[in-house]
Design a protein around this ligand. Structure first.
Ligand code: HEC
Length: 128
């Protein structure tokens, strides 16, 4: 009898888990690739990539242009570069989640790269 109950519990939690993943996958699908690209654009600006690679990834003295990176590197190679860094590029493994790395890759691979989300305006201090 006890065994039965335990099994029943396992089954219901397994169902709950399956349901959870179903919802999660629906959410990811609903988010779509365009949302990932847009999120990547914002990360590119906010995580410091643009400091070295330039606001539009055009390149600066600190980092090369990433304009044609989609023709040069495979998605996995871009992800590895972001996670491990390189000679002068720092590793971002600890400061970015897997999802965020994927969003940056989506952004860098996009044919028409989206603009990052606008920066929230600072509250205006009234003139004295
Ligand atoms: C401190 C400067 C710096 C920062 C910050 C930086 N990078 Fe880099 N990045 C470089 C340099 C320099 C290279 C060239 C290879 C090397 O020396 O590591 C590079 C190379 C790359 C490459 C490979 C380019 C190629 O043509 O092979 C990618 C992709 C890239 N960076 C993406 C990013 C992303 C995304 C971020 C933000 C999460 C970022 N970088 C942050 C300096 C930087």
């Amino acid at each position: 009898m006890i065994v039965l109950k335990v099994q029943h519990l396992r089954l219901s939690s397994a169902l709950a888990l399956a349901f959870f993943f179903l919802i999660l996958s629906q959410m990811v699908l609903a988010a779509g690739p365009k949302d990932a690209e847009a999120a990547g654009a914002t990360l590119f600006r906010d995580k410091g990539c643009s400091y070295c690679h330039g606001a539009t990834a055009q390149g600066t003295q600190k980092g090369p242009s990433l304009a044609n990176v989609r023709k040069k590197l495979k998605p996995a190679q871009i992800a590895t570069q972001i996670e491990n860094g390189g000679q002068k590029m720092p590793s971002f493994e600890d400061s970015l989640s897997k999802d965020e790395v994927a969003q940056l890759v989506a952004f860098l691979r996009a044919k028409h790269r989206p603009e990052p989300a606008p920066i929230a305006p600072k509250p205006q201090t009234p003139a004295p």
